[in-house]
Structure formats: C-alpha cells, structure tokens
Design a protein around this ligand. Sequence first.
Ligand code: S5P
Length: 292
Amino acid sequence: MHPLTSYLRRLIRHKRSNLCVSADITNADEMLALARAVGPSIVVFKTHADILSGWDPDPVHGTGAKLAAIARKYLFLVFEDRKFADIGFTVQLQYAGGVHRIVDWAHIVNAHVISGPDVVRALQEAADSWGGEEINEDVGDAQESGSDTWKLPSKRGLLLLAQMTSAGNFLNEEYTSNCVAIARQYREFVMGFIALKPLNSQPEDDFIVMTPGCSLPPEESLDDSEFVPGSEDALGQQYVTPKELILRGCDIVIVGRGICNATDPSAKAEQYRGVAWQAYEERPKLESGDDI
Ligand code: S5P
C-alpha cells in the first residue's frame, strides 16, 4: 500500500473523519484561514493554487510552507487539485516549478490520463527528484502535533481522475478501466482515484477513492449554502449526499461551496464530518482495507 494511503487510513480512524474540504476561494490568506477553521474536522484539504490572489512564493515563509505547517498542526494532508493533463516534459515543470512549486507543499496531486500513461511516469520522476524534506516555517501555531506516530511519509502521492461529476463528461467505462490499469502499473506512486465509486476489483488493489459533488439535503443543512442532492449547479456540477457516497464505498467525500460559502465554515465542516462518519460506521466493512 502507498505509504500516504496507510497514513490517511489511520488519520480517518483517528479523527473519525472522511472529509476533504475543497478551498474554492480566491484569496491566499482566506484560504489559510479556512484551513485553520476546518482543520480539526478534516483529513484532506484540497486547493486550487491557481485561483488564489496573493500567493506568496517564498519557499520557507510563503503560502505553501504556511499551509504545510497548518496541515502538520491539525493533522491533514494537502491535495493540490491541479489536474495535470499535458505531455510528460511539461507536467514535470508544472509540478515542480513556476510560482507555486507544488511538489514542495502538496502531499497529493491529481492527473488526467488523457495524454497516456507517461504523464504518471513523468510526475513520479518529479516527485522522486524532490528532496523529501518539507520546509515548514513555524507560523506560530505549527507545533509538532505528535510524536513519530504522525510522522508524515516523505513520499508524494497521485490520484487519477477516473470518473467526473460534471454532466456530459467523456470519462466512459472504457476510459475508467484504462485508468485503473495505469494505476496498477504505478502502484508505488498512484494512491487512487477521483471517482464516483470504489474501483478496486483485484485482490491486490488498495486504491483510495475521493469523491466530489457532495451536498447535504436542504432539510439537514445548517444553512442554505449548498446545492440540492440529485440536482445540478448552474454549470453542470452534479450532487449526491455524503451518506450515499460513503455507503457506496467512497473513502473521502470532497465538499467545496457547501462549506466555503457557509455562514460558519467550521461548524459546517463538523456537520459534514459527523454525517459522513456515521455512514462510514454503518456500512459493512469493505475488503479494500478500510477497517485495517
Ligand atoms: O469530477 C470532479 C473532480 C473534481 S477534483 N468534480 C469536481 O467537482 N472536482 C472538484 O471538486 C472541483 O474542481 C471543485 O474544486 C470541487 C467541488 O466543489 P463543489 O463546490 O461543487 O463542492
């Protein structure tokens, strides 16, 4: 099993959380404030670095280093939702270079395999060339949250986009199974998938599944910041409840606007965590190792 997958599975049980908050907001300082606010309730924090104004690129004191420090304090993994999709040479530059230097601070990234399997090999090479040492500025609240028990694996991980939530997308069954085949070739780097359901089918498969398009039914919600499950937003995003996703066997539910736009994001994250965790405890234990 990928070391970050086993780390994540332990975190899930420790924090009683299957929740990933997606920071779909557009200012770097607000993104860091959100990470602190929802930190206690989540196991993964998902970013879109390229939508943020005010990104500080300093490798030691900048936004990425601060986010990594907050992640260490509250015990969660950082997932940069970069959706790499280019030729191998280019994705290596996008992963390790530019303003964001994603590999320095994001434990997990994701990729489309539309350009073929070499995108995975290229990202793996870039991850392997990365020093393995996180440079975390001490941002005041970044005390070491744990002993060796929570020592982060020094490896980076990749999720493949095997299915999507947007209406009319082209990721059909054949594409999904090709994705799984590529993941099997690169087990030491690929942790799993963005998908709508678990995709493990062979005994040695231990891929994790993270699923967006998640929203609470209006009658259960603390406020009106989300979309109605079973319906779409104005741009084709399709929603399912956290309970249904977890009962299907998904490991992590990803929630963006339902939490980011809430009156009280930290209370809302805690509500999502509770609902998803209750479903997780109710579901029969799967063979994928989620109860190990
Ligand atoms: O198929 C997908 C894959 C992803 S990563 N559908 C998605 O919605 N996402 C991301 O999840 C999307 O980029 C956004 O950041 C988040 C969903 O946000 P929400 O506001 O709809 O919960």
